[in-house]
Design a protein around this ligand. Sequence first.
Ligand code: ZN
Length: 401
Amino acid sequence: MKTQDFSPGRKPIAGCARATAAAVGGGGYANMSRFRLLPTAEQEEALLAHCRDARFVWNLAVEQQQHWQPGRKAPGYVEQAAQLTDARAEYGCLRAGSQTVQQQALRDFAQAMRNFFTGTHRRPTWRKAGVHEGFRQVAVKPHHVERLNHRLGQVWVPKVGWVRFRLSRPVPAGAKSYRVTRDRAGRWHVAFAHIPDRITGPGDCSVVGIDRGVAVSAALSTGELLRGPGLTPGESKRLTVLQQQLARCKRGSHRRAKTKRRIAKPKARERDRRKDWVEETSTDLARRFDVIRVEALDVRAMSRSARGTIENPGAAVAQKRGLNRAISRSGWGQLVARLQHKALGRVEQVPAAYTSQRCSACGHVAPGNRKSQAVFECQACSAGRCNADVNAARNIAGDGR
Ligand SMILES: [Zn+2]
């Protein structure tokens, strides 16, 4: 077996900034805290009208952008805002709606285009009814959010009035904007944007390495294995049954729409649980360690590469698809992004090469060291068997050792 000398550079790579920017969205390093919104039936109508307006304006902007050709200048926010004024004069439906909601949709679109041009995001695309329902409200003042009792709060929405929300935790102080969304399961949420509190480390120069596993969500160099939550066996079984039902439903039928809504529920639940897990885990890690090292691996690029292009179809598509699902389920990208927010400047990305083949005890690199997906046993030293992901995490922690 051929061995290799392995000494990767230690400085954090450019990937850091990219991942951070991608996680923020809409500019500014804001943190979102989300609450379940409880509109009355009447308010729901008015909120849906705001969503419709925001979507209409957004799609209008997408359409204009598609007419853009090299050499011609695409309309920027200022021109589009002028066009919005014309459109409002022309369409009664828009005139009746909130101008601030419509303008904000344009501003969000302009930001999305800037993100696209800087390469952190994909090109903004059409928003579909029932799928991307939401609008943003800015210039929110402290008196626009009130606490009613220990369970309920209310938020002022222009042209809708006071809408109640479930006070599942305190509303962050100093919220400057919020976004109202309706998910596919028909649930409403309000998310307040605020500048997050940085978490300070213990100050003892402690270093932790984290490896993104497939079997587990993440392995720490301390030997801990972190498991992100998913659906319970019962829930995933039910989801499978529903998906089979959906396949049998006639297209466009009432039954199909109903089944789709039923499927959306457990999926939304899974997303919520993962989000909570990411929040808890990132806070815990940011508190316990001064330096947090992760592999530099672009999860988005990896997920995208599997399918390939028409001329050049991806290799081993099925296997990669399976891996991609596991990656997205484990919420790795979310976890790293949140760590970078909370432990600002304390997260280092290290090159990922050979971390899975290299013995963290003696540095011997050989593919044969890895006995299976889960087991690592060095061929050169007597360190003995250990968890392959933990071994990789130790390599990441002691990068350059
Ligand atoms: Zn060894």
